[in-house]
Design a protein around this ligand. Structure first.
Ligand code: ZN
Length: 237
């Protein structure tokens, strides 16, 4: 039996504490029953331990992202671009042992009620594929049996229906939903993105929220992470 719930789904925090704190402020005002996290808690940003602490505390289910895997040596450094690599090296030296163990224990997939959670794709999640096209999205539907599969990884929010519809959420269909990124938007809109599912009303909403980008950008520079990782936050790229 389906439970009537309001569920917030967040992804790709990337050690951006200011964005994550703001996300939970908004979630707290939305009368949400559950928060799920699709991984990439760390990487790129300056606050990996603080972000992991908040996620552990607030999320009922969490799956592992490729940057989480990279930070504990499960994914080789050459998997990442030069900025990602630099940040993974930085993260490895700053991550506490307890938090490294937490990342290690995260699953690649999680199924709860009528929802599947995956970071990149429900199909071979360990290959960290990017879902950008309809053929790629279409293949994913055979890899999950629930009504909805939530993903992140591209940092670009989109709702794909099993019938090929885009950005429409209507009763009765199955969906692959990318919730976008909390801490590093890449769709040209620098605001936080996360998803809000209401199972009673059967609605899904993409939430876009401003946050203090300056705070994270200054912390990136103070941590001596690459300048570009601070600049891109203002542009949402
Ligand atoms: Zn990511």
């Amino acid at each position: 039996m389906k439970r009537a719930m309001r569920i917030a789904v967040i992804s790709d925090i990337h050690s951006n504490l200011s964005a994550l704190q703001r996300t939970f402020e908004v979630i707290d005002r939305l009368a949400v029953d559950r928060v799920y996290c699709l991984g990439d808690i760390v990487g790129y940003g300056p606050s990996p331990n603080e972000c992991i602490a908040l996620i552990r505390d607030r999320c009922m289910a969490v799956v592992k992202g490729n940057h989480d895997s990279g930070a504990i040596d499960e994914v080789p450094l050459d998997h990442f671009n030069v900025y990602g690599r630099n940040a993974i090296r930085w993260t490895k030296t700053h991550l506490t042992k307890k938090n490294a163990e937490y990342l290690r224990d995260l699953p690649l997939l999680h199924v709860e009620d009528d929802i599947t959670l995956a970071h990149a794709s429900p199909l071979h999640p360990e290959e960290w594929r990017y879902i950008f096209t309809w053929p790629e999205a279409h293949r994913c539907f055979a890899a999950f049996s629930t009504r909805i599969c939530f993903i992140g990884h591209t940092h670009i929010p989109v709702i794909v229906g099993e019938d090929g519809s885009v950005n429409r959420f209507r009763d009765g269909r199955r969906y692959l939903i990318n919730v976008g990124s909390v801490g590093q938007a890449r769709d040209g809109n620098p605001r936080i993105s996360f998803g809000l599912l209401d199972t009673a009303a059967d609605t899904y909403e993409v939430m876009r929220v401003d946050y203090n980008i300056e705070a994270t950008a200054s912390a990136i520079l103070a941590a001596r992470l690459p300048d570009y990782l601070a600049q891109r936050l203002f542009l949402g790229i």
